[in-house]
Design a protein around this ligand. Structure first.
Ligand code: THU
Length: 140
């Protein structure tokens, strides 16, 4: 994938991280999802006093796109860490978010896990969720 696009996605994800609503965990995550139509859908994690309604940054981005009838995706960049962290560690998507990716993405979907615009790792969906259960298993 083009490095310039990767850096742009990371930059957008980092911007979203700043507006995460995380009064409970104080763990801030931002995501930027590139759709095949060229649009970027961003997301941050949004927590809740009742905890369970909390949504991850990745799913926020996916649901924003899907709710606008956009269902084909190329890549997602994810950046996250404690709000007071001096240096970020890699923040990998949770299992629920991987399953949501599995619903809407093909095997060539790219997942970029970033510490910064210059430090990131690139995975494909099957690397993140091997032997995945998806729409084909139910629909044939
Ligand atoms: N979180 C995300 O937004 N994405 C991830 O990939 C991992 C976890 C959020 C959920 C919760 O608000 C906080 O991080 C701590 O789990």
């Amino acid at each position: 994938m083009d490095e310039k696009i990767i850096k742009e996605l990371i930059s957008k994800a980092a911007g979203m991280r700043k507006i995460s609503y995380t009064p409970y965990s104080k763990f801030n995550v931002g995501a930027a999802l590139l759709a095949k139509n060229g649009q970027v859908y961003t997301g941050c994690n949004i927590e809740n006093a009742s905890y369970t309604p909390t949504i991850c940054a990745e799913r926020t981005a996916f649901f924003k796109a899907i709710s606008e009838n956009v269902r084909e995706f190329t890549a997602i960049a994810i950046i996250g860490g404690a709000s007071d962290a001096e240096e970020l560690e890699y923040c990998f998507p949770c299992g629920v978010c991987r399953q949501v990716m599995s619903e809407f993405c093909d095997d060539d979907f790219i997942i970029i896990i970033a510490k910064s615009e210059d430090e990131y790792k690139v995975y494909t969906l099957p690397q993140m969720l091997p032997e995945r259960f998806g729409p084909k298993d139910v629909l044939g």
